[in-house]
Design a protein around this ligand. Structure first.
Ligand code: PLP
Ligand code: SF4
Length: 355
């Protein structure tokens, strides 16, 4: 029998006290972490807790709050990608003509310390109530250009199977919507939630369902996580991977290679590698774009093409996502670089058409 004071490894850690008790934070930092906790939620679920070897390892850094979060760099913004300005009704974000985000809740299985919505996500509230959900659905019904709905949040797979099923059935009744995408960390962070009931709820008749799983390090691919991914793929749901380029987590060619190989080997196609959004108190994770391009160039030719994501920047202010390269074509379009950096003349020469 463990003594009463010995910390349990099967709970989700949420408070500075629990972090200190588990040796994940220094007692000296308690006051600063209490201040961090006033603004930003913390949750470290058992799956991730078991993976942390040191607080500053690639798993610990992602989920353990730091006093650094109280410091805002001059370029950081509370709404880094302009979501608030693009929200026509609560729960909807609309930036592109053919697709919109639907955020039914703001709860996540864990709270990433670099989250671009960190001001908003958390365990209290944020669940769209009946009236707000109905207004969001009504907005989707009345905008016939919307073909794809992206369920995000928060993490939509934190909804009960019943609630998720209800929302998906409502979306299925909207004729112009052909595709539903879910963004989630649950399959690797809380794989026990990927139950038959949840997957029954995700089964769509008429629309295509795509799942985009957020993962930043190969160590996140535990046995139970891999099994959850297998169960999802068996249901005929294609799985994509999305990651954020993070200092200390995956800022080396070998870390990115390990991450993207783990994805491919678990039937997950790397989709986006995101440049960090400038959310408040996240500067310790910042990797410059020039360095990100160099890291990706280091992967080219070294890993299967299946393992190559698009490196993207969500232009601060709500201007949309754009690929950041690396580029292989010379601007004047007469030469192209190979994966080792050697230049080759294009045949036939692809000269400027002039404009
Ligand atoms: C990221 C994002 C999307 C999805 O963009 P894709 O490039 O299709 O993955 C859609 N709407 C908003 C508001 C977004 O921020
Ligand atoms: S899972 Fe997504 S929404 Fe939730 S804290 Fe992490 S980055 Fe933010």
């Amino acid at each position: 029998m463990p003594s009463r004071s010995s910390p349990s490894r099967n709970e989700t850690l949420r408070t500075p006290g629990a972090l200190i008790e588990h040796g994940l934070a220094r007692p000296d930092d308690r006051a600063a972490l209490e201040r961090v906790a006033q603004d930003y939620a913390t949750a470290i679920p058992p799956t991730f807790l078991h993976l942390i070897e040191r607080p500053d390892d690639p798993i610990g850094l992602q989920v353990i709050p730091s006093p650094d979060e109280l410091e805002m760099a001059p370029y950081e913004r509370e709404d880094p990608i302009g979501d608030d300005a693009l929200s026509p009704v609560p729960g909807i974000v609309h930036r592109y003509a053919d697709r919109a985000l639907l955020k039914p809740l703001l709860i996540c299985p864990l709270y990433c310390r670099f989250c671009f919505r960190r001001e908003h996500v958390g365990p209290d509230g944020g669940l769209l109530d009946e009236a707000a959900l109905e207004r969001a659905l009504e907005w989707l019904r009345s905008h016939e250009a919307i073909r794809e709905v992206i369920l995000t949040g928060g993490d939509p797979l934190m909804l009960s199977p019943r609630r998720l099923g209800y929302i998906l059935r409502e979306l299925e009744n909207i004729e112009h919507i052909t595709t539903v995408r879910i963004h989630s960390r649950v399959p690797l962070a809380a794989p026990e939630r990927i139950t038959d009931d949840l997957m029954d709820a995700m089964e769509l008749e008429r629309q295509a369902m795509w799942l985009v799983v957020h993962a930043n390090h190969e160590r996140e691919f535990t046995e139970t996580g891999r099994a959850a991914l297998r169960r999802i793929v068996r249901r005929g749901i294609p799985v994509l991977g999305q990651s954020v380029l993070l200092r200390g987590v995956n800022d080396s060619v070998s870390a990115l290679e390990g991450l993207f190989r783990a994805m491919v080997e678990n039937r997950m196609k790397p989709y986006y590698l995101h440049q960090l959004d400038p959310a408040p108190g996240t500067s310790r994770f910042y990797v410059p774009i020039t360095e990100g391009r160099r890291l990706l160039a280091g992967l080219r030719g070294r890993v299967t093409g299946l393992a190559w994501p698009t490196y993207v920047l969500d232009i601060p202010g709500g201007h949309g996502k754009v690929p950041l390269g690396p580029d292989y074509l010379e601007t004047e379009k007469r030469t192209v670089s190979d994966p080792s950096g050697k230049r080759h003349t294009l045949l036939p020469p692809d000269t400027h058409s002039g404009n």
